[in-house]
Design a protein around this ligand. Structure first.
Ligand SMILES: NC(=O)c1ccc[n+]([C@@H]2O[C@H](COP(=O)([O-])OP(=O)(O)OC[C@H]3O[C@@H](n4cnc5c(N)ncnc54)[C@H](O)[C@@H]3O)[C@@H](O)[C@H]2O)c1
Length: 123
C-alpha cells in the first residue's frame, strides 16, 4: 500500500488556511498545520483530524521553515505546501502606518523566500 502523502498549510490556525487544511485532509493527505499562534494551530489540527498535526511556526523565521520542512518530509512524501500565512489589511493602502506596511511586506515576502530555501535544502 502507498504511504499517505503529506501536506503543509501555513497560517492554518483559522480562516482560509484552516479550510484548505480540511479539504486536503478530506482528499487523503496527512496535514501539518502551522501558525504563529501555536494554540490555534493545535486546535485546528484536532478539528481537521485524519492524522493532522500542528507546529508553531512564524513564516518570517527561516529556521522555523527548515523545521517544518523536515517534519513534513519525515512523515511521508511531501505532495503539497500551501503558503497561506499572510497579512491583509482592509482600507486604503495610503492610510496604513509605516509599521503596518513593513509587517505586510515582511510576512508576505518571507513566506515564499523561506519556503524555497527550506525545500531546496531538504530535497
Ligand atoms: N480573506 C480575504 O478576503 C483574502 C483576500 C485575499 C488574500 N487573502 C490572503 O489569504 C490568506 C488567508 O487569509 P485569511 O482571511 O484566512 O486570514 P486570517 O487573518 O483569518 O488568518 C491568517 C492566519 O495567518 C496567521 N499568521 C499571521 N502572521 C503569521 C506569521 N508571521 N507566521 C505564521 N502565521 C501567521 C494568523 O495567526 C492566522 O491564523 C492571507 O495570506 C491573506 O492575505 C485573504
Amino acid at each position: 500500500m502507498l504511504e499517505p502523502s503529506t501536506a503543509v498549510v501555513t497560517g492554518a490556525g483559522r480562516g482560509i488556511g484552516l479550510e484548505i487544511a480540511r479539504q486536503l485532509a478530506a482528499a487523503g493527505h496527512k496535514v501539518l498545520l502551522t501558525d504563529v499562534d501555536g494554540d490555534a494551530a493545535e486546535r485546528a489540527a484536532t478539528e481537521v483530524g485524519g492524522g493532522a498535526w500542528s507546529a508553531t511556526h512564524d513564516v518570517r523565521d527561516p529556521s522555523g521553515h527548515r523545521e517544518v520542512a523536515a517534519q513534513a518530509l519525515a512523515a511521508g512524501p511531501l505532495a503539497v505546501w500551501v503558503n497561506n500565512a499572510g497579512i491583509l489589511l482592509a482600507g486604503n493602502s495610503w492610510s496604513h502606518s509605516d509599521a503596518e506596511i513593513a509587517s505586510i511586506l515582511d510576512v508576505n515576502g518571507s513566506n515564499d523566500q523561506n519556503l524555497w530555501m527550506s525545500l531546496g535544502e531538504g530535497a
